[in-house]
Design a protein around this ligand. Structure first.
Ligand code: ME8
Length: 499
C-alpha cells in the first residue's frame, strides 16, 4: 500500500463566486483525503486546494468593480474559504497564485526552461480570444469565432515567448501508453491519446505583453511580459509543496502527486501542458489525472459565463452540508455528467437519508430507550440466518468500500455509498422481520438483547464508514450511541415535504 497520498483540486478563478461545480471537485477530494487519512494515517495525506488569481479574466472583473486586482482577489478568496468551511473541506494547504512562494517558484521554472532553450522568443501573428486567453490559428476558428467559447476573436501581432511543447510530444505519447492509470477515466485517456496521435502539437505561447495585460507574474528574462495564466497556475502543484526549496519536503515527501482531480473542461492543460512542463524540468509526472464530468442544468453545463449557476451555500442552508455532499457523491457515477435539481436532492433525502439511514438510527435508539432505559444491553449473540448475514456484511464492508474508492475503480463514490446502504437495508429488513415488539411482549429477553446489540454494531460500522462522505452525520451518530448508553437527539433527517 502506498505510504503517502497527495491529492489536489484545480485552483479556481476568483473572477466570480464559487458554484456547485467547484464544490463538487472539492467534496470529492475531501472525501478521498478523509478516507486515506483513516487508512494510512493523517500525517501521510496532503490535500491541496487554492485559487487562480492572475490573468485577463480577473483583471477585467476587478476593473468592473473599481478595485485593484489584488484587493479584488482578496475579497473573492474569502468566499472560497468560507464555502470550504461550510462544506467541511479538510484541506491541508490553500495556495493562492499571488503568494510569494508561488511567484518565486514560477520564475525559477521559467528561468530554467529559458536557459535550457525550451522557452524561446518569437513573433506571433494570429487570432486571440481574450476571454479564453487563447491563441488560435485561422484553421482552428469556428465560423471565424473562438472554437471553445464561440465568441469573437481579435487579430494580433506581437513578440512573445513560447514553450517547446512539440519537442516532447513523442515522449508524452509513450508515457501515456505505458501508464494506463495516468489519465482516468478510460474515456478521457482515449480522448487525450487520440488527440496526440492525430495532431501535431504547436508550441505554447506562455507570455503576454504587459501593455495588454499587466496582472501576471513578470518573466524573469523579459520585464515587458507577464506569464500566461495557465503556465503560472499549473505550477502550483509543485510550488505548494516546496519545489526547489531547501526543506526537502517536496521530493522526499509529497511529489509526485498521487491524484490531480479536475473537471473534464481542463483536461488538455493537465494532461498535455503540465506533464510536458514537468518533463522539461526533469520532474516526475503525477501518477493520476482524473477528470470528472459536469453538473448540468437541463441541457447546459453549469458555468459562470452561462449565468445558470446555483450557489452551494443556498443548498447547504436548505438541505444541510451532509445531505448536499451525499447527493453530489451518490447521485452520479464519478466521471459522468449529472443533472442538478432541488427535486433530485429531495428525492434522495427522503428515500436514502430519512427512510433508510435516519430511520434505522432513530428506531434503534427508541428501542434502547423503551426496553433498556437508555443502556445498551451488554450480552446476547444473535444466531438466526439474517443475523449471520449482517455479521458477514459488517466484516466485509470495509474492504468493499475501499475497493470502490480505489484508483483502479475510478474512485467510484456512488458505488462505495451503495455498499454502506446494503448494510443499512439489511438491518432495516432485520427489524421488520424480527418484530422486536413481539420479543418484548413474549419476554424473550436474550433474543431481544442480542438483536439490539447487533443493530448497535451495524450503526457503529455505518458511522465509521460514513466518516469520509458525511463527517457531521458520522459524528452525530457516534455522539448518540455511546460505549454503554445512548444520548438520543433529534431525528437525523426528518422527512421533507415534496412539492
Ligand atoms: O479552470 N460541473 O478554474 P475554474 C462540474 N483556474 N465541475 C465544474 C463545473 C461543472 N459545471 N464547473 C466548474 C480553472 N467545475 C482554472 C484551473 S488549475 C491549475 C487552474 C469545476 O474556476 C471543475 O473542477 O474555471 C473544473 O475543472 C473547475 O471547476 C474549473 O474551475
Amino acid at each position: 500500500m502506498a505510504n503517502k497520498f497527495y491529492v489536489t483540486t484545480p485552483l479556481y478563478y476568483v473572477n466570480a463566486s464559487p458554484h456547485i461545480g467547484h464544490s463538487y471537485t472539492n467534496i470529492a477530494a475531501d472525501t478521498l483525503a478523509r478516507f486515506m487519512r483513516d487508512r494510512i494515517g493523517g500525517e501521510n495525506v496532503w490535500f491541496l486546494t487554492g485559487t487562480d488569481e492572475h490573468g485577463q479574466k480577473i483583471q477585467k472583473a476587478a476593473e468592473e468593480q473599481g478595485l485593484a486586482p489584488g484587493d479584488f482577489a482578496d475579497k473573492m478568496v474569502s468566499q472560497f474559504v468560507g464555502l470550504w468551511k461550510a462544506l467541511d473541506i479538510s484541506y491541508n494547504d490553500f495556495i493562492r497564485t499571488t503568494e510569494e512562494r508561488h511567484i518565486a517558484c514560477v520564475q525559477q521554472v521559467l528561468q530554467i526552461l529559458y536557459e535550457q532553450k525550451d522557452v524561446y522568443q518569437d513573433k506571433y501573428e494570429g487570432w486571440y480570444c481574450t476571454p479564453c486567453e487563447t491563441f488560435w490559428i485561422e484553421s482552428q476558428l469556428t465560423e471565424g469565432n473562438c472554437p471553445d467559447c464561440k465568441r469573437k476573436v481579435e487579430r494580433i501581432s506581437e513578440t512573445n515567448y513560447f514553450f517547446r511543447l512539440s519537442k516532447y510530444q513523442e515522449w508524452l505519447i509513450a508515457h501515456i501508453k505505458a501508464h494506463p492509470e495516468f489519465i482516468r477515466p478510460a474515456s478521457r485517456y482515449n480522448e487525450v491519446l487520440s488527440f496526440l496521435e492525430l495532431n501535431k502539437l504547436n508550441d505554447l505561447c506562455i507570455s503576454r505583453p504587459k501593455e495588454r495585460l499587466s496582472w501576471g507574474i513578470p518573466l524573469p528574462f523579459s520585464p515587458e511580459h507577464v506569464t500566461y495564466v495557465w503556465f503560472d497556475a499549473l505550477i502550483n502543484y509543485i510550488s505548494a509543496v516546496g519545489a526547489f526549496d531547501e526543506s526537502n519536503r517536496y521530493k522526499s515527501r509529497w511529489w509526485p502527486a498521487d491524484l490531480h482531480l479536475i473537471g473534464k473542461d481542463i483536461l488538455r492543460q493537465h494532461a498535455i501542458y503540465w506533464p510536458i512542463m514537468l518533463a522539461a524540468l526533469k520532474i516526475e509526472p503525477p501518477k493520476t489525472i482524473f477528470a470528472h464530468g459536469w453538473w448540468m442544468i437541463g441541457e447546459a453545463k453549469m458555468s459562470k459565463s452561462r449565468g445558470n449557476v446555483v450557489n452551494p451555500l443556498d443548498m447547504v442552508n436548505e438541505f444541510g452540508t451532509d445531505t448536499y455532499r451525499y447527493f453530489l457523491l451518490r447521485d452520479v457515477p464519478f466521471g459522468m455528467d449529472g443533472n442538478f435539481s432541488e427535486e433530485a436532492i429531495t428525492k434522495r433525502f427522503n428515500a436514502d437519508l430519512a427512510n433508510d439511514l435516519g430511520n434505522l438510527v432513530y428506531r434503534t435508539l427508541t428501542m434502547i430507550e423503551k426496553y433498556y432505559q437508555g443502556s445498551i444491553p451488554d450480552k446476547g449473540e444473535a444466531k438466526d440466518a439474517q443475523a449471520k448475514k449482517i455479521e458477514e456484511k459488517i466484516k466485509s464492508l470495509g474492504g468493499e468500500v475501499s475497493a470502490c474508492l480505489a484508483a483502479q475503480a475510478d474512485f467510484d463514490f456512488s458505488a462505495g455509498i451503495e455498499k454502506i446502504w446494503e448494510l443499512i437495508n439489511l438491518a432495516n429488513k432485520y427489524v421488520e422481520e424480527t418484530k422486536p415488539w413481539n420479543l418484548a411482549k413474549e419476554g424473550r429477553s436474550d433474543e431481544l438483547a442480542a438483536f439490539i446489540r447487533l443493530l448497535v454494531e451495524v450503526i457503529r460500522e455505518v458511522a465509521r464508514k460514513l466518516c469520509a462522505f458525511m463527517p457531521k452525520t458520522a459524528e452525530s451518530i457516534t455522539g448518540q450511541i455511546g460505549e454503554k448508553a445512548i444520548q438520543k437527539g433529534q431525528p437525523l433527517f426528518p422527512r421533507r415535504e415534496t412539492s
